[in-house]
Design a protein around this ligand. Structure first.
Ligand code: HEM
Length: 178
């Protein structure tokens, strides 16, 4: 078990992400099958407005939207173990490689929280049910963000190791102790 996967498991426990959350997320799959495309269109419209993000998606918006749609379907698969984690790490690394500033990933997650909560509210009448389902939705997004940020941290340390020739352990010690 890698240290990154251990961190993911610890954080799942920390936020109280359990089988009940997994079950609720499976229940949400049809909601996002219905609203997912509109939500995705919404944040791609924003990405097209900012030069730093527009240049990265230029000429391949439709393909990226399809990729994003698959990512969204996986959010509601009900299975959040090693395979899910590995997949999310790969996504993080893909964004580091293209030089995307992580603040834009944070921004998209914020958009997804808001848009997703509106979609859930539209599909369920009972306020108690909405709040419980919304809780699981927010937790899984935050865990995804955590993994993407782990990938950013990991990849940046790897690059520094290659560039400076310093060992990973030494670099980590420098970061912690200044
Ligand atoms: C919540 C935030 C985001 C999620 C969940 C997400 C999801 C994904 C996924 C699943 C992939 C495919 C990765 C793979 O090859 O396995 C991907 C790739 C990509 N994403 Fe995102 N994305 C997010 C934010 C962004 C933002 C803010 C941009 C801004 C431009 C962006 C641009 C791209 C690009 C250009 C690729 C293709 C990378 C390549 O050429 O390998 N993404 N994204």
């Amino acid at each position: 078990m890698t240290p990154a996967y251990q961190t993911y498991e610890r954080m799942k426990a920390f936020v109280g992400f359990d089988d009940a959350d997994a079950g609720r997320l499976r229940r949400l799959a049809p909601v996002f099958a219905k609203h997912g495309a509109t939500i995705t269109d919404g944040f791609y419209a924003t990405l097209e407005q900012y030069p730093e993000t527009a240049k990265l998606i230029e000429g391949r918006v439709d393909a990226l939207k399809a990729t994003h749609h698959r990512w969204m379907q996986e959010l509601f698969s009900g299975s959040y173990e090693q395979e899910y984690f590995d997949n999310r790490m790969r996504i993080g690394v893909a964004h580091v490689r293209i030089g995307l500033d992580p603040m834009f990933v944070e921004g998209v997650m914020s958009y997804l929280r808001t848009a997703g909560l509106l979609a859930i509210r539209e599909e369920f009448a009972d306020a108690e049910e909405v709040s419980v389902l919304a809780g699981s939705y927010v937790k899984v997004l935050d865990l995804d963000l955590l993994v993407i940020n782990l990938a950013y941290g990991d990849e940046r340390l790897d690059r520094l190791t290659r560039f400076t020739g310093m060992s990973r352990k030494l670099l980590e010690r420098c970061i912690v102790h200044g």
